[in-house]
Design a protein around this ligand. Sequence first.
Ligand SMILES: [Zn+2]
Length: 156
Amino acid sequence: MKCPFCQHEDTQVLDTRISEEGDSIRRRRRCGKCDKRFTTYERIELSMPMLVKKSGSRTEFDVAKLRSSLMLALRKRPVSAESIDKAVSSIEEKLLNSGLREVETGFVGELVMAELKALDKIAYIRFASVYKNFEDLAEFQEAIAEVGRERKPRKS
Ligand SMILES: [Zn+2]
């Protein structure tokens, strides 16, 4: 690590500490030439995987796009903005934690479906019908039946 004051290449580590959260390391350093001291931090860097489209082309993960596709499916549905935010962060987190460098767009689609399924059944079917394209009518009926089975009877 170069000295930020005199650019000298040789600096000595005086002290190393792990942060309370355990997610970063702080090092106190001293320059061997000008004797000035400075601190460096080491952190884990997680990065979003690239999305691989069906065509094979790669695109960067775009959180705005993710949010807008969720909002589109949830249009006029009784779901709060806060719940949408939570769903978006949960998908982002899963992608980060996957540790993968690339994921197929279908993987993200499945994550979105899982979130929508928990949020709102109508939105789930909306999204699924577009996303899965439902070329197969049986597949569509199956999705509807699946939602129906999960609906709990309400007491009035
Ligand atoms: Zn120096």
